[in-house]
Each structure stands twice: as C-alpha cells, then as structure tokens.
Design a protein around this ligand. Structure first.
Ligand code: NAI
Length: 728
C-alpha cells in the first residue's frame, strides 16, 4: 500500500500529513482512504495506550494544494452495478473522519492551498480550521459537476450553518471562495498571512486547547445541540419548507438538474435524524448521482473539457508567452465599450476610437458605470476604479493608436467599412500588431483581404454583454498564423475569458449552431405549436432563455440579413438551400413590424424596453393547432438540431470536441446538464433508459421521420454508432 497520509508525532502533536507520493495533488483514491484509516487507527490506539502522549492533531498537506477532492476520472467510469461498492467506500472514508472528530483530542486543519470538495470535507471534520491567505479557492463545488458533497459536506455544513444557509451559501451553487471570504462566511476560523505561520498557528491552537474537552468536541456532539434555524420538525421552519423545491425549480426554470435536488433532499432529510444516519442518507444520494449519466456529462464538460482548454490545449506549441500591452478598440458601441472595459480591467492600456469623440467618450462611460456600481457595493476601492478608468483613452483620431500592439475592431458589421478601418489602423499601430476583428458573421479570410499582413489577422468573437459572458470564439482565417492564435489565447486568458479556436466558416461555430436552434423554435409556430409550449420546452430542456425571447434579442432583421448572405453563398457554391419553416414566420413578423426587442416589438411585447408577456397577436398570425406534438419532442428537437449541426462542424474540421462542448454551453446556452452539444451525443440518455451514441442515433432517426430531414444522422454519426465509438 502507498502511504498517502504520513503520521508524524512530535512533542504531543500528531501531524497527519496528506502527501500522496504518486501524485502531484492529493485525491480521494484508495491509497488515501486506506492510509488515512490506518493513521487514524494508530492515533486512537496511541490515545488509548497513553492519553497524555497526544495533546492534539494537525491535518496538513505537503503538496501545493491542500487536497483536490475525489478522483473524477475513476468516478465517471462507474455504472449502476457499482452502487453498493461505491456506497461502502464512501461510508468507509466517512467513518474514518468520524473516528477522528470523536477521538477526544482537538483536531485542527492547516489549509495551505486549494481545499475543494473532498478536501474541504476533510477539513470540516476538524474542530478548527486555519487557512493561509491567498488567491486559491475553498468550497464545495460538487453541484457544478452534477455531484453532491458526500464526504460529510452536506451533513456538517447543515449542522454548522443551518439548512437554509448551508444550501444557499455553500451547497446548491457550489460556491468557491477565497480564504478571506471563507473566514467571513465561517467556513474557516482563522486566516494567517504566510505559509510559514500556518503550522505554528495550528500548534498554538492545540496548545491553547489541550485538555479542553469542548474544543475537542464538534458542536453537534455536544449535549443539547440543535441545528441552527430549525428543522422540518420545528414549526417555524416547516412553514417555509415547501418553498425550497419551488425556488429550486424556479432557479433552474424547470430543467431537471439532479444534483441540487439530491443535495436538498440530503440536507432536509439528514437534519431530522442523528449524525450517523444523516451521513448514510448523504452517501445514498451521492452514489445515485455518481452512477447516473448527468454527472458524467457535466463532469466531462466542466472538468475535463474546460480543464483541457484552460491548460492551453488549443494553443499552438513552441510559441513563447505573449502579452498585449496597449490595445486599440475600434468602435465604442455596445461591444467595443465592453471590450475596452475587460481589457482595462486586466491592466492593459486601451485606446477607444469611434467616429466622434462624443461616441468614444460614451463608450468609456460604460466602464464608469460598471466601476461606480462596484465601488458603491464595496467590491472595488475608489483608487482601483480610478486607475482602471485612467487606462482608457477615448479618441476620434487614428493617430492616437500609435504604439498599439493589439487591435480589436468592433465597428458596424460591414466588409467595406471594416476594410476601410483596418486600412487606416495598420498605418499607425505597431508594425507587428495583432489585427483582430469582433465580427459575428463575416468570413475572416475575406476581412483579411483588407490588410497587408493577413497572417496577423484573426477573428476575436466576443459575446454580449462582454463583461459577463465567459466565452471568446477565436477564428483563424486561411492565412492566420499560429503565433496570432497564441497571442489571442494569451489575451483571452489575461482578461479571464475562456477561448475556443474555430476554423473560418459562415457563422463560425456559435452563430451557425444558434441559427439552427432559433429556426427550429421559431418554425414550430408555423406548425401550430403553442408559443407558451415552445418557450417552456426550451427552458425545461435546460436552455437559459426561451427561444422566442432569444430571437427577439438576436433581432429577426439581422437573421434575415445573414440568411440572405448564406443563401447567396450557397447558390454560388452550387449547394442546395434547405428551406426552413422558420422563414415564413420570420418574414411575417418583420412585415408586421415586430422584428426585435431593439425595435420595441417582437414575439413579446415591450414597454420602455422592458419585456412584457408574449404578443397577443401571435394566436391570430400562427393559429394554435388542436393537436400538439409531444412535449418531449419539442424539447429534444431544440437540443438535437444543435448537436447535429455541431457534428457537421466537427466533420468539417472546424473545431475540437472540448471546444464544441464548452463553446455550446458558454456561448449559446446549450443545456449545461447535458455537458454540451457533443457530449449530449456521446452520453445521450433516452426515455427508455438506454444510454449512448446508438440511442442518440435512433432518436435522431425517429425525429427525422416525424419532423424532417434536418434530423437525419450525418454519416460520421452512423459510422460511430455502428462501431460503438464516441466523438473525441
Ligand atoms: P454598435 O452599433 O453598438 O457599435 C458600433 C460602433 O462603431 C458605433 O459606435 C459606431 O459609431 C462605430 N463606428 C462606425 N464606424 C466607425 C469607424 N470608421 N471608426 C470607428 N468607429 C466606428 O455595434 P455592436 O453591437 O457593438 O457591434 C459591433 C461589431 O461587433 C459588429 O461587427 C457586430 O457584428 C459584432 N458583434 C456584435 C455582437 C452583439 O451582440 N451586438 C456580438 C458579437 C459581435
């Protein structure tokens, strides 16, 4: 057995050192559980043999992080047949921690770095937690991976903070926080400034509490303990208990996220029983999630795919790290203003140019609004706000772009205008400046025709609102160099966004896929599907916004413009143009003067820009049929159409599977609970319980037979399905 936990006894203090020799970070693998069990047994034995030889216990880590949590790779491979084994393993790990917290000696956790999930759960079994101040995270992020903190995390936080606070502050949204916040929230008890102070502080706490029975007993093991805020058996609490599931449904808009549901059940049921029973309930709810498909889908996207992207998987090799120093932002409209803000926030100098100084200043005022709000909420100091604003120089003069090494253009969407602008820009910026365009639809290769250095030209597609949306779609044109890709990836990292890299094609990846989704949803109106059903089907499938509402935001006029351009391009290439049921609906809405939220009228009514209900005239324009299609069909048409288009993008070599999964979730709202547009194909869970790519293919064929050829499985899907392969 590998000793993943070292037992070090010195001067009455036993230090349990987490230090798995086979790994760079400690994880909850079998070596950990076996050696932690052995170490705790030895401790208990020593206490029994010679109680005075132990004053207290420290749990510390010899790695850079404290403890990384469960071994997700291993967990994603489990099936329902593993349920009992997993339950026993989890219970074993928890029994060890329980033995430690009831050993009668004070236990202190010395947190030197990231303590997430299982890592924090180990620390929660200590009687006192000390963390080193720093930029790392502490928390129980399990919910974000479709899991539940089943190493005692639910049971202990409920007993520390009460059901309501535990759920809202730590569990349901998997909040991660810096040590200082963890201190103010009560997750840790002390914060020290440096690593050197950590172990001495832990020893000092033990010295101060040696022989103190209360310090060596968890609150929930003391006489007369009650869960703060009450439990379902206390009348005051019982009165608002029914609101819990209702709020959760509201938050997830009816989409069936299993983890929060299980977390809530474990918290509420566990609060009504003794500690040991509560942890068993917690284990059962955890195992149910581990062996299910949703956890596997979410973990694939949010841990493995996102991890690969963050590790720089798409960054071309052999290029030294780069740093954008002075950014030229052309166009200070909605997008340019946001791009200027995120760049200045990352400490870059920004020159924000528009056609008039007034327009440029208006763009800068956007940053002012954001920082003012942050200052008034105490999230930013006035000094930092001023420093950020000082980095942005508004101008109407190209000459001010001198010295810029990184350009992001965000003027109106026109090839001619963009060519003109770049023609001027390239004369004044540095001779090797990166030339980026935030175009949402125009082919990069065509835009690059307007510059002398097409190798330095690249698409940097942001999403609106720029300061909130996490994704940046990087588009390489025909001549774009690897160095340009690397430079933009470095820039997106600096502004704390997630980059995906895609090949040049009409609509790139995100706009192209979202187009199929909107057409599908809008087209349903012409089939006589009730608009309310369409909207509900979208959110219940797990999309953040209903599809007709989204169409209003995207603007039907813009969609027609893109449609016409694509149609012309298809004709030119001699390709057939697939007629879509949505075209008629879109044209009708435009004729009726209801193209968008921007114009104050769309599928919804708007008053002063504020969305009201669905437009009452819809029923007359698109009469609702007596017979409605199955609700499940509506939901799956919206997800399938995006996944099938994503498969086509993969087949064309436009992007990688991780980029498609993350791009679809972060950029176009593909249901997170499915793990993204391609993971949905790989890990599809059919209504009859069958799982995987074959089940997806069968269902696609069914939808094609019922609703049209657009659902016909592409050749690569049939091939993979036949061979039992996945998209990787
Ligand atoms: P906008 O209309 O809000 O802003 C465009 C700005 O460019 C205006 O302030 C205009 O005065 C300025 N401008 C025009 N000609 C100029 C010139 N010669 N020099 C300097 N500035 C000039 O447009 P928005 O929405 O910010 O879009 C800008 C670009 O970003 C477009 O290419 C658009 O397709 C793209 N985009 C838009 C997204 C959106 O959600 N609105 C999302 C992603 C990309």
């Amino acid at each position: 057995m590998t000793e993943a936990v070292r037992y070090e006894a010195e001067g009455g203090v036993v230090n349990l050192v987490l230090d798995d020799p086979n790994q760079s970070a400690n994880t909850m693998n079998q070596d950990y559980s076996a050696s932690m069990a052995k170490a705790v047994d030895r401790l208990v034995q020593q206490i029994t043999d010679d109680p005075d030889s132990v004053q207290g216990v420290i749990i510390s880590s010899a790695k850079k992080t404290f403890f990384a949590g469960g071994d997700l790779k291993l967990m994603t491979q489990s099936t329902p047949a593993d349920a009992q084994r997993l339950f026993d393993e989890v219970e074993g790990i928890k029994a060890t921690l329980r033995k430690l917290e009831t050993s009668g000696k004070p236990v202190v956790a010395a947190i030197n770095g990231a303590a997430l999930g299982g890592g924090l759960e180990i620390a929660l079994a200590a009687h006192h937690r000390i963390a080193v101040d720093g930029g790392y995270s502490i928390g129980l992020p399990e919910a974000t991976l479709g899991l539940l903190p089943g190493g005692g995390g639910v049971t202990r936080t409920v007993r520390m903070f009460g059901i309501s606070d535990a759920l809202m502050k730590f569990l349901l949204q998997g909040q991660q926080m810096k040590p200082s916040k963890a201190l103010s929230e009560g997750l840790v008890d002390e914060v020290v400034a440096t690593q050197d102070e950590l172990i001495p502080a832990a020893k000092a706490w033990i010295e101060a509490n040696a022989g103190n029975e209360e310090a060596a007993t968890q609150p929930w093991d003391r006489k007369g303990y009650r869960i703060p805020g009450g439990t379902p058996s206390t009348p005051k609490f019982a009165a608002f208990l029914p609101a819990f599931p209702a709020n959760l449904r509201k938050q997830t808009k009816g989409a069936l996220y299993k983890a929060p549901r299980n977390i809530m059940s474990a918290a509420v049921e566990g609060s009504q029983v003794d500690f040991e029973t509560a942890t068993r309930i917690e284990s059962r709810y955890l195992v149910e999630l581990i062996v299910g498909q949703q956890f596997k889908n979410m973990t694939q996207a949010f841990f493995f795919d996102l991890g690969a992207i963050n590790a720089g998987k798409s960054r071309p090799e052999g290029i030294a790290p780069t740093k954008a120093e002075k950014v030229a932002v052309l166009g200070a409209g909605m997008m340019g203003a946001g791009i200027a803000y995120v760049s200045a926030k990352a400490g870059m100098q920004v020159v924000l140019k528009d056609i008039s100084l007034e327009a440029a200043e208006k763009g800068k005022a956007y940053s002012q609004t954001i920082v003012d709000k942050a200052v008034s909420r105490g999230r930013l100091t006035q000094e930092k706000a001023d420093a950020l604003l000082a980095l942005i120089t508004p101008t109407d003069d190209y000459a001010d772009l001198e010295g810029c090494d990184f350009v992001v253009e965000a003027v109106f969407e026109s090839v001619k205008l963009k060519h003109e602008v770049f023609g001027e820009v390239q004369k004044v910026v540095k001779s090797d400046a990166l030339l980026g365009s935030n175009t949402s639809t125009l082919p990069i290769t065509i835009l690059a025709d307007g510059v002398d250095r097409p190798e330095d030209f690249i698409g940097i597609h942001f999403f609106s609102p720029v300061d909130k949306m996490p994704l940046v779609e990087i588009i390489a044109g025909k001549d774009t160099s690897d160095e340009a890709i690397a430079r933009v990836i470095d820039y997106t990292k600096a502004i704390k966004k997630t980059p995906i890299v895609v090949g040049d094609s009409r609509g790139f990846y995100t706009s192209r896929v979202i187009g199929t989704f909107v057409n599908e949803g809008v087209g349903m109106l012409s089939e006589g599907v009730s608009p309310v059903s369409i909207e509900r089907a979208t959110t219940q499938a797990g999309f953040p916004a209903p599809v007709l509402q989204l169409s209003d935001e995207l603007n039907l006029e813009l969609m027609v413009k893109i449609r016409n351009e694509s149609k012309a391009a298809a004709e030119e290439a001699g390709q057939a143009w697939p007629e879509s049921a949505s075209e008629k609906v879109i044209d009708t809405m435009i004729e009726l003067g209801r193209p968008s939220r921007l114009k104050g009228a769309g599928f919804y009514e708007y008053v002063d820009g504020k969305r009201q209900g669905l437009w009452s005239g819809l029923a007359e324009q698109f009469p609702v049929a007596d017979e409605q299609p199955a609700f499940e069909d509506l939901k799956e048409r919206l997800t399938f159409i995006m996944s099938i288009e994503s498969i086509k993008c993969l087949d064309e070599g436009l992007l990688s599977v991780p980029d498609a999964n993350i791009g679809s979730i972060f950029g176009i709202g593909f249901p997170a609970l499915q793990g993204g547009a391609i993971q949905y194909v790989n890990g599809y869970e059919a209504a009859d319980g069958s799982i995987g790519i074959e089940a997806f293919t069968a269902r696609a064929q069914e939808l094609a037979a019922k609703y049209g050829d657009r659902f016909t499985p592409p050749a690569s899907l049939l091939e993979k399905s036949k061979n039992g392969e996945k998209y990787v």
